[in-house]
Design a protein around this ligand. Structure first.
Ligand code: SF4
Length: 257
């Protein structure tokens, strides 16, 4: 069998492709990942959207509830990465079913006041205890950090705690998968006083934001125009173009326990 060094020498003899000439081909393939902007009107808050980036901005939710253009800000590589994540979710969910631990997959999570809707990845029965299960895929470095410290990311914790609270299941488990090795690591989450207080704070913020939308009160911006959050906000254009006078100020949603 050829050693690695022999392989390098063999490769060196090959006629190299003109990479610059092929760059447009790659760009063309990437363009196949892109999705169109679309007009959307949201009816409810999504827990996964609330805990990250522009989810903390009341104005973003106001615009989504009134109905507006939602820009597709994802780059081709973002889209490829997300679809890789979706495929990993489905593979792990299938393994949960096949191994017998899943009681349910994609359990709807509904709350009426304030309106919240989402799906928990799984409901798991393990050693006689029911858990809400959430799958998260991460880089190997982040996965090793989670394993070493036993600490979950704040926004993952806030999301699973919302599901646990609404579904009235006091136990949860965050299942982290390394994108490089597919190894899994589980972090158990218990609904304690701090967790309950966090979810109630989030619900209270959502209730006030939803009431403002119903009253036609336009929230002020929560982030600066040139911030990273606004640059990746799906309603950035609508936010900039909206000329309604702002009539209410909201603090940013705080998802830290
Ligand atoms: S662009 Fe920025 S300020 Fe405007 S809605 Fe989005 S996050 Fe809020």
């Amino acid at each position: 069998m050829a050693t690695l060094m022999q392989q390098f020498l063999e490769d060196g003899k090959q006629k190299r492709l003109n990479e610059n000439k092929m760059l447009p081909l790659i760009e063309q393939i990437y363009s196949g990942y892109l999705t169109e902007d679309s007009w959307r009107k949201k009816e409810s808050f999504a827990p996964s959207g609330l805990v990250y980036g522009s989810g903390a901005c009341a104005r973003r939710w106001y615009l989504s509830f009134t109905g507006t253009l939602h820009e597709s800000k994802a780059t081709p590589l973002n889209v490829a990465n997300m679809s890789q994540g979706t495929a990993s979710h489905e593979r792990i969910q299938k393994a949960m079913r096949n191994s017998g631990v899943a009681k349910d997959i994609e359990r709807p999570v509904r709350h009426s006041d304030p309106p919240i809707f989402g799906f928990a990845d799984a409901i798991i029965l393990w050693n006689g205890t029911l858990y809400v299960g959430e799958i998260k895929t991460t880089s190997q470095t982040a996965w090793e950090y989670r394993k070493k410290t036993g600490r979950a990311a704040d926004y993952h914790l806030a999301q699973i705690l919302m599901y646990m609270y609404i579904l009235e299941i006091p136990n949860g488990v965050l299942i982290y998968e390394s994108k490089d090795t597919q190894e899994l690591h589980a972090i158990e989450v218990e609904m304690d006083d701090a967790g309950r207080e966090l979810v109630e704070r989030i619900l209270d913020w959502c209730r006030r934001v939803y009431q403002a939308y119903k009253d036609g009160k336009v929230p002020e911006r929560s982030f600066r125009k040139d911030s990273k959050v606004c640059k990746s906000c799906p309603v950035e254009k609508a936010c900039l173009e909206n000329s309604e006078p702002t009539t209410i100020k909201f603090e940013r949603l705080d998802i830290k326990r």
